[in-house]
Design a protein around this ligand. Sequence first.
Ligand code: AMP
Length: 304
Amino acid sequence: MGLLVVGSLGLDTVATPFDRVEEALGGSATYISLSASYFSGPIHLIGVVGEDFPKEYIQLLENHNVDLNGLQIVPGGKTFRWSGVYHYDLNTRDTLLTELNVFEKFDPVIPDYLKKTRYVCLGNIDPTLQLKVLDQLTNPMFVVVDTMNYWIEGKKDEVLKIIKRANVLIINDSEARLLANEPNLIKAAKKILAYGLQTLIIKKGEHGALLFSGDTVFSAPAYPLEMMFDPTGAGDTFAGGFCGYIYKTQDTSFENIKRAVIYGSTMASFCVEQFSTKGLEDLSYLRIKDRFRDFLRLSQFDEQ
Ligand code: AMP
């Protein structure tokens, strides 16, 4: 059946202390799909772009076996645009611009042949649209949701509705604090799980990720990278690796979810090494597996 991916496709203008790119390929669905494509196919992408979306980007996604039948191209429409600037340590960024454009009137339509899809990754877009997608699926079994400050601040009720229908929520530490209205991350996680969620993943940028399920906590390390150029899309790439691995193995046990968190972190480490989607364009499963093993070595230790 494949993995259904919903989210934004956009043109990003990004400045870091190292460089600046204009109108580069971006968007949550783009990063998720490219990242998941290295695990198993097919990836079915649901999204919208304007006529100005460059053909080479469509080609890039198709080359990664991403099914674009569910991608709407609005005649005369303008593609979503986002712009951000990163600070010296690359851990914090300021959003300079969010132009929804074709997303403002986007009505996601799931083609009939995808309505029975069981594995779903709802990338960061308006939670109202995420809900509309779920409403069209007959029996989704594993739903992963990503969101961001922009929606938690602007549409909290909708965010809470989508959380109740999700199996896994992936957010970063500042989003968790905002969502729970609680500065302590562990207390915030407990509060968010109590909203009606099985599993919560909190990403902490260069400090790794925390996985919460019931009373169990798992801490994943971050890959010690010397070359980190552009953190844009790292969170979406994490979600893509996570979902791609779960879909490939068809195993949603807690032990396998832990492995999926490490695969998500592995993919995110490749993403940040280059600008825009460049770090995800020419990978191989072998390189991914090698880095996954590095993660194992990073946190292995004996009692004595
Ligand atoms: P991340 O760095 O994981 O937060 O993801 C950055 C990507 O999210 C960029 O490529 C943006 O195009 C996209 N993005 C930023 N803001 C939004 C938004 N409000 N809705 C949907 N996508 C967004």
